[in-house]
Design a protein around this ligand. Structure first.
Ligand code: PLP
Length: 459
């Protein structure tokens, strides 16, 4: 049993270690360095006390242990990953990737002053709505528009302005919960309005809405059941019937569309995902959508519809609390700009391009990547699989896709999955029937080279 006092004495001094790091980690804040040194030395002390440490490693070993700790402590928890899941709008992985131009636009305003609220022509204060309102209107056909932090915020703002102190009528089939505890009934409560549920889970008729209208009624709300579908013996009220009812009783019709689809997904073989333009055409008074789901832009909530209502929303105190940053506006502007040419949108906006990718192209991509892996000395093959749109959209339809199966060699499939995931640049794949698979639909340009690099380090 070594003398504990002797061991404690052998632990290097903090300053000694700090000195040996000064040059090596010149770009690491000294507080982070010091904390890392303390962590290593503390764990030695704890080890000595518990008897686990019976010998103090030499100075160089301690330096290397500390360097590892520094690496861990300086790694941001928010960092890029490689998405091999085949889920295009993966909410846990940040939903949509921005287009190249959108990224450039973000970078352009991020590190500089900008015209965010400055009217260059007048040399006076301007409005942050101008950067994007006309564009939203021209793409969707709406009269007016504004942008807030996210779609949950959009619904909050709309109901706070239009529903406060009264009742809002919604179908029982549409009392949606979106991931992260966004629930229509609870949102209504937070907005100071009373939810008036009508109909049954599977069927709601126009007469159900009509019978519920009283002098307390403030609005009719339709919610897109993004992440579930009621199928079988079911019926919902059409937008046009909803509009007729709204007109008859002079009540605004509000629609939370969620996904925010601007191109018809039927061309990709995807059914019943409503387009924003249809709702505008039907005359819906206020529509809200997400900026980073099917639209493929940045996190935001886009509110569009009749000018008289949007003007009221812009003046609401919550609008200030929910306003978006210049980087969001820049990203959305660039994304929406491309929608003025649908063919360009389908090519340039990653979310759309990935959803629309033809199975034949995916098979070629998978074959090329598998060949590259094989050439680099790793065993890989191609498999068919099913991908998903994700983001709580189109929950009941799969996309035909292809993946690259990587042979786990001396590791188990679970071990390989973990090794690829626990990296500075995590690689997120799938395990299916005891095979490790990367779906190629969601792999970005150059990802395969980064994966090869990772495999070389692991094997
Ligand atoms: C996704 C979704 C929301 C929430 O939108 P966020 O942009 O995530 O805040 C609200 N309503 C519906 C119908 C949705 O699909």
């Amino acid at each position: 049993m070594p003398d504990q006092k002797e061991l404690f004495r052998k632990i290097p001094k903090v300053d000694e270690l700090m000195d040996s790091f000064a040059e090596r980690f010149s770009d690491v804040p000294s507080a982070v360095l010091k904390e890392s040194v303390h962590q290593v030395l503390d764990s030695l002390r704890t080890g000595i006390k518990s008897g686990e440490v019976t010998e103090i490693p030499d100075f160089d070993t301690i330096v290397e242990l500390t360097a590892k700790k520094v690496g861990k402590n300086t790694l941001p928890t928010l960092r890029p990953v490689i998405n091999g899941s085949g889920i295009v709008i993966h909410t846990n992985l940040g939903r949509s990737c921005l287009s190249e131009n959108a990224v450039k636009a973000v970078v352009g305003v991020a590190g500089a002053y900008s015209t965010l609220e400055y009217d260059v022509e007048k040399g006076a204060r301007g409005s942050r709505h101008v950067h994007i309102e006309d564009l939203i209107c021209s793409v969707t056909g709406a009269e007016a528009a504004m942008v807030v932090n996210n779609n949950a915020g959009a619904v909050l703002l709309i109901l706070s302005e239009l529903g406060k102190g009264g009742e809002v009528i919604t179908s029982r089939g549409e009392l949606v919960e979106i991931g992260g505890s966004f629930r229509i009934p609870e949102i209504m409560e937070a907005c100071g309005c009373t939810l008036r549920e009508v109909g049954a889970t599977n069927k709601t008729h126009v007469s159900d809405y009509e019978n519920a209208i009283t002098e307390r009624t403030k609005a009719l709300l339709k919610v897109h059941t993004s992440n579930y579908r009621i199928v079988g013996f079911s019926e919902e009220v059409s937008l046009s019937d909803m509009m007729k009812l709204g007109e008859k009783y002079k009540l605004p019709v509000v629609q939370d569309l969620g996904s925010g689809c601007l191109v018809d997904l039927k061309q990709f073989g995807i059914q019943d995902e409503p387009c924003v333009q249809e709702s505008v055409k039907a005359g819906v008074d206020i529509i809200s959508i997400s900026g980073d789901k099917l639209l493929g832009g940045a996190q935001a909530g886009i509110i569009l519809g009749k000018k008289s209502y949007i003007d009221r929303l812009k003046k609401h105190p919550l609008a200030r609390a929910l306003r978006v940053d210049k980087m969001t506006l820049a990203a959305l502007r660039e994304t929406l700009y491309v929608y003025q040419d649908e063919n360009r949108a389908k090519l340039e906006i990653p979310t759309l391009a990935m959803i629309g990718e033809k199975p034949d192209n995916l098979r070629c991509k998978a074959e090329n990547i598998a060949e590259k892996f094989n050439d680099a000395g790793f065993k890989a093959s191609v498999t068919k699989l099913e991908d998903q749109v994700g983001g709580g959209s189109v929950p009941n339809q799969m996309l035909d896709g292809y993946g690259v199966v990587i042979d786990s060699g001396k590791f188990s499939v679970d071990q390989l999955e973990e090794k690829l995931r626990l990296r500075q640049l995590p690689i997120i794949g799938r395990i299916n029937k005891d095979r490790y698979i990367l779906s190629v639909r969601t792999l970005l340009k150059n990802d395969e080279n980064l994966i090869i690099q990772a495999l070389k380090e692991i094997f």
